[in-house]
Structures are given as C-alpha cells and as structure tokens.
Design a protein around this ligand. Structure first.
Ligand code: ADP
Ligand code: MG
Length: 246
C-alpha cells in the first residue's frame, strides 16, 4: 500500500477503503462505507455515533472479528484481512485487547482468575502469570478484590476487571465497544478517564465507541460516524480541542 512507510508516527492499526454491507438487492444495508483511519501508539480515538450508525461493525472489522466486503485492515505491518485463520487467532490473542459493553467476564471465576485466563491460554509460565495478575489488579484499582467473583463486584469494578483482562497479554491495540453503556454517568466518566490514562501510560493504541457525546472529552481524536460514514468531529471535541485553562 502506498504511503504507509511515509508515516511519521507508528501506526498500530490502519484501515483503507474499508466497507461492510449486509444482504443484497433492495434489502442491502451498507453498515460501513469506505472507511480510512489510522491510530498511533499511545493514541485514544473515540468513535461517536448514534445507535445503528456502524460503530460495532467498524470495531469488529478492526479487531479481526469480522471480514470486510471491501478494503484492508493492517495491525502494524500485517494485513489481517489477508491472514489465514490460525494467524488471525494469534493476532487476536497477542496483539489486541477487547473490552465489551456487557463485561463478558466468566461468572464462576474470581477477579484474579478472570485476568489469569488469557495468560494461561497464551502459555505464560505460572510465576510470571501471578505477577502480571497482581500488577493488573493494582493498575485498575482492584488490588483488594482478587478473590471476589464478578457478581460480588459493582458494575464499575466489573468493567475495570474487563480492562485488566484486556491488557493481560500486553496488546498493542485496545478495542472497546461502548464500554460505558452499562454504567451510570459517574462510573462512565471514571472508566473513560482510566482508559485514557492507561492508553497514555502503557503506550497502547485504543479505539473506543460511544453514543454518549460526553465520553469524547478524554479522546486524543474524535471521529463521527453516521450511516456507516466516518468524518472528523468538530475541532472542539476531544482533549486537543479543549482550551488550555479548562
Ligand atoms: P452501532 O454499533 O453503531 O449501533 P452496527 O454496526 O451494529 O451499529 O450496525 C450498523 C448497521 O448495520 C445497522 O443498520 C444494523 O442494523 C446493520 N447490521 C449490523 N449487523 C447486521 C447483521 N448481522 N445483519 C444485517 N444487518 C446488520
Ligand atoms: Mg454497537
């Protein structure tokens, strides 16, 4: 692809002319149309749009969970849209962390065990796993709750556990599809703030979708999506657009 090596910053994820439609003929739905986007190391991008605008479609394509109708997705130098299934599994396991709106925690496992699971699957040795689990629990403010099961944690704590799990294998890209959708406004605000600080401290790239305009305040860059089409948000959105005194 031309131009990729001319980038000054390191693009973690990039898509070109990405499109996805469902159905055909009169029932065809263009869920995503000609999307072009790149996200750099340590950059938090928020995708904002109403329900049905194509946010989940975009995130699933970027995360290798769905196959596009047109275009390409690159994670680093690798085109995942051309990757074999086995390679894709490796990319999903090691390079991408997913945070889900409904938390998607395993109810029978403790907080520590939920974080440990992806490390186990990746074949990390036990001692290293224990250390990483402790580190992650502390990182998201759950150091005092290692043995509690998800249903013994608050909604905000469950979502923080979801973040810790997503970060377990040190992904380069964090994908969060409406991570604040199940939270009240105080917890939602705390969640976006935590995601932003983790992205900046750990140097991962992140893309977070939301239908809540207020969540954009923590973003480095805000993108609007309407009827499957991306456009940059107005300059007043996101951290870069805020007055220095605020
Ligand atoms: P959002 O996450 O912003 O709510 P989605 O990406 O889920 O939006 O959906 C975008 C559009 O694609 C919507 O019109 C939706 O109805 C349609 N869509 C999503 N998934 C499917 C599917 N599996 N089959 C048919 N249409 C779908
Ligand atoms: Mg969605």
């Amino acid at each position: 692809m031309t131009g990729r090596h001319a980038l000054v910053r390191e693009a973690v994820v990039q898509c070109a002319n990405l499109g996805r439609h469902y159905g055909s003929g009169v029932s065809r739905v263009d869920a995503l149309v000609d999307a072009n986007l790149e996200i750099s190391v340590g950059e938090l991008v928020v995708v904002r749009g109403p329900s049905g605008s194509g946010k989940t479609t975009l995130l699933n394509l970027l995360g290798g969970l769905d196959t596009p109708s047109t275009g390409q997705v690159y994670i680093g130098e690798r085109e995942i849209t051309a990757a074999a299934e086995a390679e894709l599994v490796e990319v999903r396991r090691h390079e991408i962390g997913y945070i889900f709106q409904n938390f998607a925690l395993l109810p029978v496992l403790s907080a520590a065990e939920n974080i440990d699971l992806p490390l186990r699957i990746a074949g990390v040795p036990p001692r290293e796993r224990d250390e990483r689990v402790r580190e992650l629990l502390a990182l998201v403010g759950l150091a005092d709750h290692p043995n509690q099961r998800p249903d013994e944690l608050s909604g905000g704590q469950q979502q923080r556990l979801g973040i810790a799990r997503a970060l377990a294998n040190r992904p380069r890209l964090l994908i969060a599809d409406e991570p604040t959708g199940q939270l009240d406004s105080v917890n939602a605000e705390a969640m976006m703030s935590l995601i932003a600080s983790l992205v900046h401290d750990q140097g991962v790239a992140a893309i977070v979708s939301t239908h809540d305009p207020r969540m954009a305040a923590h973003a480095d860059r805000v993108i609007e999506i309407r009827d499957g089409r991306l456009s940059p948000a107005s300059p007043s959105s996101g951290r870069r657009g805020r007055p220095a005194a605020s």
